[in-house]
Structure formats: structure tokens, C-alpha cells
Design a protein around this ligand. Structure first.
Ligand code: 2HA
Ligand code: ZN
Length: 285
């Protein structure tokens, strides 16, 4: 293979393209954490036209896909997504088969495939939740870019033994690790158990995303959002760590815990405002 051909092959595979590499690496991390068994999990990452055009011909539409819902709010936006039914385990070795770069058509009715989704692959089955969550997060944060879903083990376990009241659930998570209230002062949202992949679960999740960066699906997993891949991943990692500590201490006699007063002091020290109605207001929380 001469150098030009080799460069073309690498380009096609995507390893030298920063946002493809980021997707490939983060899905590998999630899989290694045991959060993405089989085809579990999905990620979508909004990109700017300039960063895409540096590596990919944005005038060459490979294929058009008609989603089951229209997304006028995202018209013209570029997004890289994981593919439906594919395994996170395999993304790093073959990004082109396991990821897809899409542009939402100008009328918001179609997805234009610009790269990847090789051999007829489709975007993630959770596309409604991803797109609807992007729309809501962008309304509250113009820098928002990432929606990430996985089956974080201890978060999932915790939804069996903890009340699914999001105020109580958030408070328990905050009490598990000192960093938690600082990392997610807005707390977590929780929706009822629902069939995944539907527009309905997308709407319910996105409704919560107006107020929070993370939403838990009972007995299923978690959605985390952020302005970068690191931020969304770091949020899920932190919630998962708190859930892990909860699963380790649950059923044991608790000798001491982080008090409401300490949580309030922490929030003040780090300049964050904890979601109202969770901490005792006596301490200003
Ligand atoms: O993509 O995780 O929720 C597989 C899933 C569905
Ligand atoms: Zn899932």
C-alpha cells in the first residue's frame, strides 16, 4: 500500500479524526467499566460544521435516513452517533461500522449520512431521546454538545432498593461522596419505567433535561449530558461512584454521614447552588 492509499484507508476508518477518536475511546472506556454489555449504551455528540469539514466532505451525502420524528430544532446540525445494535466493545477497532456522522436536513425531516454507518447500519435506537434531550439542553446551555447513555451497574442496582423519588434519590447520592453536590448540584431526574427506544420515553426524558444534566431510567441505566465528552462521562462516573458507595453501605449500620449543614457549606465553598427542596433550608440550602 503506498502512502496515499494508506492515508485514505486511515481517513476512512476515522482513527485520525479527533471527534471520531474521542467517540471510539469513550465507548471503549464505558465498555471496560462494564456499563455497556452487548449492544448496551449509545452516545451522540454535536459538532460544528468547521470541525467536520476539516476532515469530511460535507457536500457528499452517502445516504438519507427518515427518522420516526421530525427535528426542526436541530435542522442543519452535525452529530456523530453510535450505531444501533452495535457493540461498544468493537468501536475502537472499526469506527466506520459502529459510528455514524449525520447532518439533520434543513427541513428537519431527514438525516443525511456523511460518514460511517457502514453496510446499512442505522443510528442508535435511542435517537428520539438523544435528539429531544439535545433540544432541551441547548435551550438552557448553548454550549451543550453531548448526550450519553449506558447501563452503569450500581445506578441500575440502586433503582431496585431506593425509593424512586428524585429528591430523595438525589439527596442520597449527594450524601455518598463529598464531591457529588459540587459535580451535580442540579441533582438527577428519574422517569418511570418505560419501554426503551420510543418517542414517548424520549419526550419524558427530555422534559426532565430542562432542569437536570442526568436522567435515570429505573432498572435500565442513565443518561448524562455535557458540553464535552469528558464532562458527560465525568458526570455519569460520579453518579455511578455514589451509587456504588450506596450499594456498599446499604444494609450496614451507618455511624456517620455528610450532614445537610456540611453539604450546604460545600456548595458555598465551591460556588454552586444545590437544587432547591433537597437540603434543610435552615442552613441556607
Ligand atoms: O442501544 O442501551 O437503551 C441499546 C440500549 C437501549
Ligand atoms: Zn440502554
Amino acid at each position: 500500500m503506498n502512502v496515499t492509499l494508506r492515508n485514505e484507508a486511515t481517513q476512512a476508518a476515522g482513527w485520525n479524526i479527533p471527534f471520531i477518536r474521542e467517540m471510539a475511546e469513550i465507548t471503549q472506556h464505558m465498555w471496560k467499566n462494564g456499563w455497556d454489555e452487548r449492544n448496551g449504551g449509545n452516545v451522540s455528540y454535536l459538532l460544528e460544521e468547521e470541525e467536520v469539514a476539516r476532515y469530511i466532505d460535507v457536500n457528499q451525502v452517502i445516504r438519507r435516513i427518515k427518522p420516526a420524528f421530525s427535528v426542526h430544532e436541530l435542522a442543519g446540525k452535525y452529530v456523530i452517533v453510535t450505531a444501533s445494535g452495535k457493540y461498544f466493545k468493537n468501536v475502537l477497532a472499526d469506527p466506520e461500522s459502529n459510528l455514524g456522522l449525520l447532518r439533520v436536513s434543513n427541513d428537519g425531516e431527514e438525516l443525511e449520512v456523511l460518514w460511517g454507518l457502514k453496510n446499512g447500519a442505522n443510528p442508535t435506537s435511542e435517537l428520539p431521546t438523544h435528539f429531544m434531550s439535545h433540544i432541551e439542553r441547548l435551550k438552557v446551555d448553548p454550549n451543550h454538545r453531548v448526550v450519553m447513555h449506558n447501563h452503569a451497574t450500581n445506578v441500575l442496582a440502586m433503582t431496585f432498593i431506593h425509593e424512586l423519588d428524585e429528591v430523595k434519590f438525589t439527596k442520597t447520592l449527594w450524601q455518598m461522596c463529598t464531591e457529588c453536590v459540587v459535580v451535580f448540584p442540579d441533582g438527577v431526574g428519574i422517569i418511570p419505567w418505560m419501554v426503551p427506544g420510543s418517542n414517548e420515553i424520549g419526550r419524558k426524558t427530555a422534559e426532565k433535561m430542562k432542569e437536570v444534566h442526568a436522567v435515570i431510567w429505573p432498572q435500565h441505566g442513565i443518561f448524562g449530558t455535557g458540553t464535552t465528552i469528558d464532562e458527560a462521562f465525568g458526570l455519569i462516573e460520579t453518579i455511578e461512584k455514589a451509587a456504588q458507595v450506596y450499594m456498599l453501605v446499604a444494609g450496614h449500620e451507618i455511624q456517620q454521614r455528610i450532614t445537610d449543614e456540611q453539604l450546604t457549606t460545600l456548595a458555598q465553598a465551591f460556588g454552586v447552588t444545590p437544587r432547591a427542596g433537597i437540603l434543610n433550608p435552615k442552613f441556607g440550602g
